[in-house]
Ligand binder design. Structure first.
Ligand code: GTP
Ligand code: MG
Length: 151
């Protein structure tokens, strides 16, 4: 089953939005399979954001993501990556539609509340940076037949 990494970024933790952000993703029906409060160190931030290493905003991005606690989560389900990206909204809150997390809760590109993996391949790489296999749980929910079309 597809998985994706979600980071509730330091701005959202400071603003008391952890529950709001996680709840919006939970309500999609995706299954929460890993969760922790953590502080990302600079080396890990470089690894996580390696695709942006040559961008002009890279130092600012690393400074921001390491500036305070974050919540790291793994969600699982069919098309988990796309479902979370849709729920997050566009990268720049100016462009994210109302109803999306960034559209409703953010106004700045560099303080945009949430990270979500951008492809299943990115998700596998990113999840392995922050979680060991034994931290990712496998379990059934009694409600799954009302969420997943399995037949
Ligand atoms: P993430 O989920 O955080 O990875 O966002 P994303 O996938 O929607 O965007 P992307 O990976 O392209 O960029 C990573 C982060 O860098 C974004 O969330 C922004 O906070 C920041 N960022 C992206 N583009 C710019 C830019 O042009 N200027 C600045 N200042 N920040 C940017
Ligand atoms: Mg990205």
């Amino acid at each position: 089953m597809e998985r994706t990494l979600v980071i509730v970024k330091p701005d959202a933790v400071q603003r008391g939005l952890i529950g709001e952000v996680i709840a919006r993703i939970e309500r999609t029906g995706l299954k929460l399979v890993a969760l922790k409060l953590s502080k990302i160190d600079r080396e890990t931030a470089h690894t996580h954001y390696q695709e942006h290493v040559n961008k002009p905003f890279f130092q600012g991005l690393v400074n921001f993501i390491t500036s305070g606690p974050v919540v790291l989560a793994v969600f699982e389900g069919p098309n988990a990556v796309s479902i979370v990206r849709k729920t997050m909204g566009a990268t720049n809150p100016v462009d994210s539609v109302p109803g999306s997390i960034r559209g409703d809760l953010a106004i700045s590109l560099g303080r945009n509340v949430i990270h979500g993996s951008d492809s299943p391949e990115s998700a596998e790489r990113e999840i392995s940076i922050f979680f060991s296999p034994d931290e990712i749980l496998s379990y059934e929910r009694a409600i799954d037949n009302w969420i997943l079309e399995r037949d």
